[in-house]
Ligand binder design. Structure first.
Ligand code: ADP
Ligand code: ZN
Ligand code: ZN
Length: 731
């Protein structure tokens, strides 16, 4: 009897990333399992792979001689994770090894440190060897210790301690051994203890519903709770109950909300059982946290997007907080959406999925409406404080009255009053994406695609405006087509500009600016937000990152400089994003004793997304948005796949893209709508040109087939092709 294994091999070349059959040598046969990490020969070099299948065969069936597995590593993924990888590989049209790799620990070793202990007490130490004597006595009294510990306790320099230790080892008096140390991610936090919280009625009801559902149908549940309604506490209670059942829990939060406070709450609530996974961990920390999850020591995993792949055992529940966030989508190879992975994972493990948000995604809201998801509502803030008051400011009117400034008069007076009464102000700008649109500052007219109903993007090179879905293009007009005004131009203001203006107008107050430039360093964003909370500055100017998760009790005024930047993104989700942005930003105001006011500046005061957000009319927003999506055929009424072509030579990319489009049209034209190829909104990044082909279909299966087909296509080595299922943006 011969045993063979299919092994997904980790090789560089995308077309070679496949599963290959290897012979399992007899010495490994009894211990080999699906999911094992193995070393195998590949093209005359040694490589790694994961066993994805094991087969008995009476004799070697292959015509050629099979190569043998070389050895087995100490890491093994569960069959569940191998199945999950296979399902994802199919869904995203990506080699299975690319998903398996996300589940493996990073390639670092267990960190070891040297420790010293006594092995003989009957040897004599010369009385002149003063340090040696002291060190010996210290070890005798304290047992196994590190050199550092000795040095600090005895107040002897580390180098002298080391030489004393070396001498003692030579004499056979003490011995050195190595032991593993855990690198525990540090937490900086001010919260001393986790006080007991009495749930509000609404919270109690939410917890009960989730738990009852957990013990019955395990239907996916959407927790829709306004900002400040205490969702975190609801999640914690649910997790607590699930781990009492001997199961484990995963809670995903956007990277940005993974604040030290969040982690310290979890650590205190689930001491010794919490592991954390996010991108700012060092490799070593990541490795150790991975080990704690893998060994079953950590039952509660708190993490950002990539934590969805950790080898959690006996998974009972996955909670995704701020489920509407785009950061759950990995925007590069291997493309995946942690929310989709969570759906696959909970389904195949019979675990429950909970999604939470103050501004659920349109897709989730639709699933509630269709009866697919259960809905749990938290309608009130725990503090009993009212939600802030929002007010729309029509910037066209400001223009008419002769104010061409970035701040409306109302916002300026508001800032002045707030600052004078010793309260704080947040000014918010959306700079997501890098595109600019064309707007008339007199009448608010925005150039849009007549086919796709999305804003056209201004291109500086040829002064044209292009649609990034279908390629429609016009010359940017000199006069507004609607009101004939000359005040029609591309639009966009940066945080620096706003900061300059604030400093000019309010020189006596301090400002803090938070954007991706000012906070690229690890932990610097937390530090700045912390400074602001402590009152080190009175005015905070920031991009969307400011909109999330933090409590600033002293903030009484929030100004949204321009809701239009978000409203006119070249993206069918721009209405949804604008609604969410305004609601989330407003959630930062009025958390303390002062009721909050939010001013929303816009040239499109009639926009239903802006109106609904300002009226706190969430249902109205979803109903209207769903109507539009239905009419123009966008998700949730269809599925989308975006194919990107990337390379140094524009002609070549265009040619390749045209070729692929032709093939797709021949094969699928009856089932898929095919748009493009069009230059991507950011058409050139680092000397690489980018073109997109966008596919839309009501049939998910057809798009999945297309992904498979793309993988098999013969690739031009000068053109890099990538396909993104359920794209969140087309940048
Ligand atoms: P959300 O995520 O819904 O915006 P949080 O979970 O951040 O709200 O809760 C807001 C604040 O209210 C937190 O400081 C939290 O500790 C506190 N909190 C939550 N539940 C209660 C409660 N039942 N009683 C008092 N304070 C609570
Ligand atoms: Zn106009
Ligand atoms: Zn178009």
């Amino acid at each position: 009897m011969i045993i063979t294994a299919s092994v997904a091999v980790d090789v560089k070349h995308p077309r070679a990333k496949k599963e290959y059959t290897y012979l399992v040598p007899e010495r490994l046969a009894s211990s080999m399992n699906i999911g094992d990490l193995v070393r195998i020969p590949f093209n005359n070099i040694k490589s790694y792979g994961v066993v994805t299948g094991l087969f008995d065969s009476m004799e070697e069936t292959a015509d050629y001689k099979l190569k043998e597995v070389i050895s087995k590593e100490a890491v093994s993924l569960s069959a569940e994770l191998v199945d999950l990888s296979r399902a994802l590989a199919k869904y995203y049209g990506t080699p299975i090894i690319d998903f398996l790799k996300l589940m493996l620990p990073p390639k670092v070793n267990i960190k070891k440190e040297s420790v010293y202990s006594i092995c003989s007490t009957d040897k004599v130490i010369s009385s002149r060897a003063f340090n040696q004597k002291k060190v010996f006595e210290f070890i005798l009294n304290n047992g196994t210790v590190t050199a550092n510990h000795i040095s600090v306790s005895l107040n002897i320099s580390l180098s002298s301690t080391r030489s004393a230790l070396t001498a003692l080892i030579k004499k056979g008096i003490i011995k050195r051994e190595y032991r593993a140390v855990r690198r525990t991610p540090k937490v900086i936090s001010d919260e001393k203890s986790y006080g007991h919280i009495n749930l509000t009625m609404e919270q109690q009801k939410a917890v009960t519903t989730i738990i009852e559902n957990y013990f019955s149908s395990k239907k996916t549940t959407l927790v829709y709770g306004v900002t400040g309604s205490g969702k975190t506490e609801v999640y914690i209670r649910a997790i607590d109950r699930v781990i009492q059942e001997g199961k484990s829990a995963l809670m995903l939060v956007p990277e940005i909300s993974l604040t030290p406070q969040m982690l310290s709450i979890f650590r205190r609530k689930f001491p010794g059982q919490t592991a954390v996974i996010h991108s700012k961990l060092s490799l070593g920390e990541r490795f150790d946290e991975w080990q704690r999850i893998y060994s079953g020591e950590a039952l509660v995993v708190l993490g950002a997007r990539s934590a969805i792949f950790t080898p959690i055992r006996d998974l009972g529940i996955i909670i995704i907080d701020e489920e509407h966030e785009t950061s759950y989508k990995n925007g590069e190879h291997p493309y995946y959406d942690a929310r989709t992975v969570a759906r696959f994972r909970t389904k195949n493990q019979n675990a429950m999925l909970v999604l939470g948000s103050a501004t659920p995604s349109v897709e989730s809201y639709y699933k509630v409406a269709m009866g697919e998801y259960l809905l749990v509502k938290l309608t009130k803030r725990v503090s009993g404080r009212p939600l802030p008051k929002l007010e729309i400011i029509d910037m066209k009117q400001e223009m008419k009255s002769g104010n061409r400034h970035i701040f409306s008069r109302k916002l300026l007076y508001g800032m002045k009053n707030t600052l004078e009464s010793h309260k704080q102000v947040i000014l918010f700008l959306n700079r997501r994406g890098h595109s600019t649109f064309v707007i008339c500052r007199d009448c608010g007219f925005v150039l849009k695609c007549k086919y796709c109903d999305i804003s056209l993007t201004y291109h500086f090179e040829d002064k044209s405006a292009k649609c990034h879905y279908c390629g429609y293009s016009v010359k940017a007009p000199d006069l507004c087509p609607k009101c004939r005004s000359k005040n029609i131009r591309y639009f966009g203001a940066g945080t620096e500009k706003v900061e300059q203006e604030v400093k000019r107008i309010f020189p006596e107050y301090r400002t803090l600016r938070i954007d991706s430039d000012s906070t690229s360093k690890k932990g610097s964003m937390e530090k700045m937000l912390w400074k602001f909370k402590k009152g080190a500055a009175q005015i905070l100017i920031g991009t969307q990152s400011v909109a999330k998760g933090l409590d600033f009790p002293n903030v009484a005024l929030v100004g949204i400089i321009s809701a239009d930047t978000s409203l006119n993104m070249p993206d069918f989700r721009c209405g949804e994003r604008t609604f969410q942005m305004i609601t989330q930003v407003a959630g930062r105001a009025g958390r303390g004793n002062t009721p909050g006011v939010v001013y929303v500046q816009t040239y499109a005061p009639e926009s239903f997304a802006i109106k609904a957000a300002c009226d706190l009319n969430i249902t109205g927003f979803y109903q209207e948005e769903l109507k539009i999506r239905h009419k123009a055929l966008y998700p949730p009424f269809c599925h989308m796949l975006n194919i990107t072509f990337k390379g140094r030579y524009e002609d070549m990319i265009k040619k390749e893209a045209d070729k692929v489009k032709k093939m797709l049209v021949e094969k699928y034209k009856n089932h898929i709508e095919i748009y493009g190829p069009v230059p991507a909104p950011r058409s050139k990044i680092k000397d690489n040109y980018r073109y997109n082909i966008l596919l839309k279909s009501r049939q998910l299966q057809t798009l999945i087939q297309t992904c498979e087909y793309m993988q098999a296509l013969n690739k031009n080595s000068q053109v890099d092709m990538a396909w993104d299922m359920d794209p969140q943006d087309l940048l």
